[in-house]
Design a binder for this molecule. Structure first.
Ligand code: ZN
Length: 243
């Protein structure tokens, strides 16, 4: 099975379409949550994902749109985008989001939006937060999103110290050779690592092989649609800087 692994699409259809076109052939999409929030095309992104064999989680923004998370936890811009999304999302798509888990095991992998210990809201950004989470899942590899940073943490088989942080090298497939892994494909629709290109990954389960990828997309098209809907200017600007 060859999976297209995506996360944090955040209603950015041009970015999602660029990723799908760039990915080549795949058998199924694994989406790690936050399909909605921030961007202008929440319904269109859900529709596009559902055109493919799909396993998707809900993320904190999806929960906030549904009223399952307190908007007070969000900054002003995220809150405004969330309220806008709530007003524009169809009843059918709200029902779809409501049906989604926040963590599951599939094909020998753990999938979670934020972290195995706090599936909706914890950021795994450093070796310390990763280390704490290594004992909270039962498969060799845990895929997660939420931080919008493509990054991996690896605990070697006989490790006594902290896990190792592994930075992404794009278009260079590598294998999960032993050890335990926590790995983030980065964000499709709102990268925050200083690179505005959409971030995603391809996973070949038989080979245990992961490939990080980046692809440029028409950022200005997403920005145009955000302006059209009067979404917050700061959210519009950040897309071209990738932060
Ligand atoms: Zn997100």
């Amino acid at each position: 099975m060859r999976y297209l692994v995506v996360s944090d699409i955040h209603s950015n259809l041009p970015a999602l379409d660029a990723v799908i076109a760039d990915a080549g052939s795949f058998d199924r999409i694994w989406c790690l949550g936050d399909i909605t929030g921030y961007g202008p095309d929440p319904n269109e992104c859900i529709t596009r994902l559902r055109e493919f064999p799909l396993t998707t989680l809900a993320g904190n923004h999806d929960w906030a749109v549904l009223g399952l998370l307190d908007l007070a936890d969000f900054n002003q811009d995220a809150r405004a985008a969330c309220v806008w999304t709530r007003q524009h999302l169809t009843a059918e798509n709200k029902e779809f989001l409501r049906s989604l888990p926040v963590m599951l095991e599939e094909d020998g992998y753990t999938l979670v939006h934020a972290s195995p210990s706090e599936p909706v809201e914890e950021y795994v950004l450093d070796s310390l937060s990763a280390e704490y989470n290594f004992d909270k899942f039962n498969t060799p590899v845990c895929l997660l999103g939420h931080s919008h940073w493509p990054v991996a943490f690896m605990r070697p088989p006989d490790s006594t110290g902290l896990c190792v942080q592994v930075r992404p090298v794009y278009f260079q497939p590598f294998q999960f050779n032993g050890g335990k892994w926590i790995i983030n494909p980065g964000s499709v629709g709102q990268p925050r690592d200083g690179n505005p290109d959409a971030s995603y990954a391809l996973l070949d389960v038989e080979e245990g092989q992961w490939e990080y990828r980046r692809v440029a997309y028409p950022v200005e098209e997403t920005q145009r649609r955000m302006r059209q809907h009067k979404l917050p200017e700061r959210l519009i600007q950040r897309l071209q800087h990738g932060h």
